[in-house]
Ligand binder design. Structure first.
Ligand SMILES: C[S@@+](CC[C@H](N)C(=O)[O-])C[C@H]1O[C@@H](n2cnc3c(N)ncnc32)[C@H](O)[C@@H]1O
Length: 202
C-alpha cells in the first residue's frame, strides 16, 4: 500500500477503531492484561520509547502509565487525533507525530526501546524497516514487536519474524499471546510478542 492509501484506509477507521476489544482496551481487565505483557517485555526502568504505527495511542498510553516516555509515529492524522485526546493527560511524556514507520524520523536520534504492535507485517519492506529501527537503538536497547498471523490470512508467522531478526544479528525471544483476555475472546490463530536485545556498544 502507498502512504496515501494507508492514510485513506486508517483515517476512515479512526472513529471506530477503539471499539474492538484489543484496540481501545476499554475493558479494564483487558487493559491490565496488556499492561502486564508490556511491563514484562520492557522491564521496570523508565525508558525512552518510540512506537511505530501507534494509531490511536492505546499502547503509548499504557506505556506512559507504566512510567515510560513515548514518541508515537503514525501515517494517519485521524488515528493520531484520536490518540492525542487519549494521551493529553500525560503532557509531554507522550508525543504523537505524523510520520512513516518504514523510514522513521523521530525527534530523538536514539531510544531505549522500539515498540510496534500490529504494523510490521503491513509495511512495504519489514526487513528494511527493522534495519532502520535498530539504528534508533544504537546506544543499546530493546525491540518489542507484537504481531500475528491472523485467520484472515494477513500477518506474519512468529517464525518469519524470528528469521528476520536473526538475519539482523539479533537473538529474538517469542512469547505466545494466547490468553483470550488480551483479545476479547478465544483465538484460533497465532498471536505473539517478540523481544530482542541490542547490546550497548563497547
Ligand atoms: C492495526 S493499526 C495498529 C495501531 C496500534 N499500533 C495498535 O496496536 O492499536 C495499524 C496502524 O499502523 C499505521 N501504519 C500503517 N503503515 C504505516 C507506516 N508505514 N508508517 C506509520 N504508520 C503506519 C496505520 O495508520 C494504523 O494507525
Amino acid at each position: 500500500m502507498s502512504a496515501d492509501d494507508v492514510r485513506r484506509v486508517w483515517d476512515a477507521e479512526a472513529p471506530t477503531y477503539d471499539q474492538a476489544p484489543d484496540h481501545g482496551l476499554l475493558d479494564p481487565v483487558a487493559r491490565a492484561a496488556w499492561a502486564d505483557v508490556l511491563a514484562t517485555a520492557l522491564g521496570p526502568a523508565s525508558l525512552r520509547v518510540v512506537e511505530m504505527g501507534c494509531g490511536t495511542a492505546t499502547v503509548a498510553d499504557l506505556l506512559a502509565d507504566l512510567g515510560h516516555r513515548v514518541d508515537g509515529i503514525d501515517l494517519s492524522p485521524a488515528m493520531l487525533d484520536v490518540g492525542r485526546a487519549k494521551v493529553a493527560r500525560h503532557g509531554d511524556a507522550v508525543r504523537l507525530l505524523e510520520g512513516d514507520g518504514q523510514d522513521p524520523r523521530p525527534p530523538d536520534p536514539t531510544y531505549d526501546a522500539v515498540v510496534c504492535r500490529h504494523v510490521l507485517w503491513a509495511l512495504p519492506d519489514p526487513t528494511l524497516a527493522v534495519e532502520r529501527w535498530l539504528r534508533l537503538l544504537a546506544g543499546g536497547g530493546r525491540l518489542v514487536l507484537v504481531e500475528g498471523s491472523w485467520h484472515t490470512g494477513a500477518g506474519l508467522r512468529a517464525a518469519e519474524v524470528v528469521a528476520l531478526l536473526s538475519d539482523a544479528g539479533l537473538d529474538p525471544v517469542v512469547v505466545p499471546l494466547t490468553d483470550p483476555v488480551l483479545w476479547g475472546g478465544e483465538i484460533v490463530d497465532e498471536r505473539y510478542l517478540v523481544t530482542a536485545e541490542v547490546a550497548r556498544p563497547g
